[in-house]
Design a protein around this ligand. Structure first.
Ligand code: ZN
Length: 88
C-alpha cells in the first residue's frame, strides 16, 4: 500500500496489465542458481508474472515481438506455449 494521506487522497493500488506478443519460448533455458551467478542480482523474478524465482527453479527465455527477450518462470512459459507461442 502507498503512503497517501487519507485527508488528501484515497490510496489506490493499480495492477499493470499488458498484452505481449510472444513468438518463441525456450522453456527451462537455464537453472536459476546458474543464471543468478552469471547475471548477478538484476533479474530475481519472472518478468511476466512477477513471482520471485526460487533457487531450484528453471528460468525460461521468452522472445517477445518488438522487445528484448524476457526471463520467465516455468508456469508462464507453459502458458505461452499453450496459447500458441513456438517452443524451442
Ligand atoms: Zn511467471
Amino acid at each position: 500500500m502507498s503512503d497517501v494521506d487519507l485527508e488528501n487522497g484515497v490510496p489506490v493500488e493499480f495492477v499493470r496489465r499488458e498484452v505481449l506478443h510472444i513468438e518463441n519460448v525456450r522453456k527451462d533455458f537455464v537453472h536459476y542458481a546458474r543464471f543468478r551467478k552469471h547475471r548477478g542480482g538484476d533479474t530475481t523474478k519472472c518478468e511476466l508474472c512477477g513471482i520471485p524465482f526460487e533457487s531450484d527453479d528453471c528460468v525460461s527465455l521468452v522472445q517477445v515481438t518488438g522487445e528484448l527477450n524476457r526471463y520467465s518462470c516455468a508456469d508462464c512459459a507453459t502458458k505461452a506455449i499453450e496459447f500458441g507461442a513456438g517452443a524451442r
